[in-house]
Structures are given as C-alpha cells and as structure tokens.
Design a protein around this ligand. Structure first.
Ligand SMILES: [Cu+2]
Length: 69
C-alpha cells in the first residue's frame, strides 16, 4: 500500500474529520483515509497511483483546503 500525506486547514471537530474522510474515501483508488485533527494531516492510502488533484478537489468539496498541494 502507498500512502500520501496532505495538510488540510479548516477542520475543527470530529464532524469535519468525518466529512473529509467520506469525500476523500470516494476518490478512485483510495483504500484508506486517516485524519489527525490536531495537526490537520490527512494520510491517504491506496493500492495504486491516485490523482492528487482529485484528492484536493475532494477536500474542497468537503469544505476544507489542502495547503501543500
Ligand atoms: Cu467540524
């Protein structure tokens, strides 16, 4: 499994975490999503390459922003 980490701003509570997990989890190829609320780190697991732009779009769809795109 490959993991890629993104820094997301704007998440303030467990609901935010759930929203990000849900949206990012729907991106093609994504098998696992871990979110650390305190640091804003979102770790995306996949079995193959995942389109980073799709991850950024999914985070934005949830209402948050990726800092290190
Ligand atoms: Cu929240």
């Amino acid at each position: 499994m490959t993991t890629t980490t993104y820094t997301v701003t704007g998440m303030t509570c467990g609901h935010c975490v759930s929203s990000v997990k849900e949206e990012v989890g729907e991106v093609a190829g994504v098998t696992n999503v871990e979110v650390d609320l305190a640091t804003g780190l979102v770790t995306v697991g996949s079995d193959g390459p995942v389109d980073a732009a799709a991850i950024v779009a999914a985070v934005e769809e949830a209402g948050y922003e990726v800092v290190n795109r």
